[in-house]
Design a protein around this ligand. Structure first.
Ligand SMILES: Cc1ncc(COP(=O)(O)O)c(C=O)c1O
Length: 444
C-alpha cells in the first residue's frame, strides 16, 4: 500500500505519459488543435470516462465539465434515455449507406423546432454543414462572394479560414498554410457589430454577394452577441441585395434556446428569420451529426434534384440519429431551458460577484446553457476588443480552476457550457474555487 502511494508520487502522471505517447504518432498529440493546451500551457488531460456533469482524467482526477464536448452534451454525460436509444440502435446495425426512418424523424424534429427551416440535410460535422451551405448559397444565387466576420469560426473549410484584408475593396487572406489566396479571394471579412462597414461592403459588392454568414452569438470569441440593430441591418441588406442570410448555429442551436439564437433575435425583431441555418453539436447529442437547412426553394438546388452537389458516406448515420433524436426529445420537456438558463446565470453571476468583491476586472454573459466571461471590465463587442484580455492572467485563472477540479475550455476565446446535469452544488463549488483564486490575487 505504502509502496504504491510512493510510486504514484514519484512516477509521471498518466496524462503526461499518454501525451508523450500521443505526440509520437499524432501531430501535437491531439486530433483537434485546441485540445493540446497550447494556449494555456501545461499537459492536456486525457479523459477516461464521463458521467453527468463530470469527467475523470487518466490519473483518476474528477473535473466539473464546463465544455461538454464543446457544446453537444446539453443533458450531461451518459443520460439514461440517450444511452438506451444508442444501445438499441447499435444492435440494429452501425451504418447502412441507405435511407432510414430515423433520419426522417430527426429531420421532422429539427424542422418543427426551428421555424425558419422547411428542409434540412444531415451531415456529419459543423464544418461540413457550413461548407455545404456556402456551395448551396453560391449555386442558388449564381454569385461567388461571401461575407464573414472577424472572430467568427465556421469550421475549417478553405473558404472560411480567412482574416480581414487591407480594406473593404480587397478580400481576405488565408489564416492557414495550405489555403491558396485565390481560394479566399471571394471571402470578405468584416468587423463584427460594425454597421457602417457592413453598409459600405454591401454598397460596394452587394450584387455579387451570395451569402452573409454569422455566428449570431459568437462562441468562438468566448461570448460576444451580435447587437439587435446589427442583426436587423444584416437582414435588411441581405433582403435588399438578394443575398442569403446564414446563421451558423452549430454552437447556439438548441443550446441558447429551443429555437436557437434566431428565436432569441425574433423576440426583438418581429418576424425575424435567417434564410439558412447550419446546425451541429446538440443535434448529435455527442455523436457525429450536423445539418443545414433553409427554405424549400433554396434547398431544392441540392443534388439529387438540383445541380449543387453534396454527399456523405456516413450522413444520417443510424446510431448518431438515435443519439440526436433522444437528446432533442429530452430538451423539449417543459421547463428545460428555464432551469438550464437559471443555472447558467447563477454560475456567471457568482463568478462576477466573486471577482468584483476581490477588485478583479471581470464581466460575463450567458444565454440558455452557453456562457462566457472576460477578465475585462466591459463586455467586448468585437474581436479587437476580445484581444485586449490579459491572456497570462486568464491562464493563471485557468490553471487554478483546473487544479481545483473545474474544467473550462483551455483557451481564452472559447465559450463555456452548462448542462442539465450540473447541480447547484457544482455551481457553488466552482464559484468557491474562483473566489479563492480572486482573493489570492487581491492579497498579493
Ligand atoms: C459556430 C461553429 N461553426 C462551425 C463549427 C465547426 O464544427 P465541427 O467542429 O463539428 O466541424 C464550430 C465548431 O466548434 C462552431 O463553433
Amino acid at each position: 500500500m505504502e509502496h504504491s502511494s510512493i510510486n504514484s508520487l514519484t512516477s509521471p502522471s498518466r496524462n503526461t505519459a499518454l501525451f508523450e505517447r500521443a505526440k509520437k504518432l499524432i501531430p501535437g498529440g491531439v486530433n483537434s488543435p485546441v485540445r493540446a493546451f497550447k494556449a494555456v500551457g501545461g499537459t492536456p488531460r486525457f479523459i477516461q470516462r464521463a458521467q453527468g456533469a463530470y469527467f475523470w482524467d487518466a490519473d483518476g482526477k474528477r473535473y466539473i465539465d464546463y465544455i461538454g464536448s464543446w457544446g453537444p452534451m446539453i443533458l450531461g454525460h451518459g443520460h439514461p434515455a440517450v444511452v438506451e436509444a444508442v444501445q438499441a440502435a447499435v444492435l440494429e446495425g452501425f451504418s447502412y449507406g441507405a435511407p432510414t426512418e430515423r433520419e426522417v424523424e430527426l429531420a421532422e424534429e429539427i424542422v418543427k423546432l426551428v421555424p425558419s427551416l422547411e428542409m434540412v440535410r444531415l451531415v456529419s460535422s459543423g464544418t461540413e454543414a457550413t461548407m455545404s451551405v456556402i456551395r448551396l448559397a453560391r449555386g442558388a444565387t449564381r454569385r461567388s462572394k461571401i461575407i464573414k466576420f472577424e472572430g467568427c469560426y465556421h469550421g475549417h473549410s478553405d473558404a472560411l479560414l480567412v482574416k480581414a484584408g487591407s480594406g473593404l475593396a480587397t478580400f481576405g487572406s488565408p489564416t492557414s498554410a495550405g489555403v491558396p489566396p485565390e481560394v479566399v479571394q471571394h471571402t470578405l471579412v468584416l468587423e463584427y457589430n460594425h454597421i457602417v462597414q457592413l453598409e459600405e461592403a454591401f454598397s460596394l459588392h452587394g450584387k455579387d454577394i451570395a451569402c452573409l454568414m454569422i455566428e449570431p452569438i459568437a462562441g468562438n470569441m468566448n461570448f460576444v452577441r451580435a447587437s439587435v440593430p446589427f442583426i436587423k441591418r444584416c437582414r435588411e441588406l441581405c433582403t435588399e441585395y438578394g443575398a442569403l442570410l446564414v446563421f451558423d448555429e452549430v454552437m447556439t442551436g438548441f443550446r441558447v434556446a429551443l429555437g436557437g439564437a434566431q428565436s432569441v433575435y425574433a423576440k426583438s425583431i418581429p418576424g425575424f428569420k435567417p434564410d439558412m441555418t447550419a446546425l451541429g453539436k446538440v443535434i448529435g447529442g455527442g455523436m457525429p451529426m450536423a445539418a443545414f437547412g433553409g427554405s424549400r426553394a433554396v434547398m431544392e438546388h441540392l443534388a439529387p434534384i438540383g445541380s449543387v452537389y453534396q454527399a456523405g458516406t456516413l450522413s444520417g448515420n443510424p446510431v448518431a440519429t438515435a443519439c440526436g433524436l433522444a437528446t432533442l426529445r429530452e430538451i423539449q420537456k417543459p421547463g428545460f431551458y428555464d432551469a438550464l438558463g437559471a443555472r447558467t446565470r447563477s454560475l456567471v453571476e457568482g463568478l462576477t460577484q466573486a471577482a468584483t468583491k476581490a477588485g478583479v476586472p471581470f464581466c460575463s454573459d450567458s444565454e440558455g446553457g452557453m456562457f462566457g466571461f472576460f477578465l475585462l471590465s466591459q463586455l467586448p463587442q468585437n474581436y479587437p476588443q476580445v484581444m485586449k484580455t490579459d491572456s497570462p492572467a486568464f491562464n493563471r485563472f485557468y490553471h487554478a480552476m483546473l487544479d481545483s477540479g473545474v474544467y473550462y475550455a483551455p483557451a481564452l476565446y472559447e465559450a463555456g457550457f452548462v448542462s442539465a446535469a450540473h447541480t447547484a452544488d457544482d455551481i457553488e463549488t466552482t464559484i468557491a474555487a474562483a473566489r479563492d483564486f480572486f482573493s489570492s490575487l487581491a492579497s498579493k
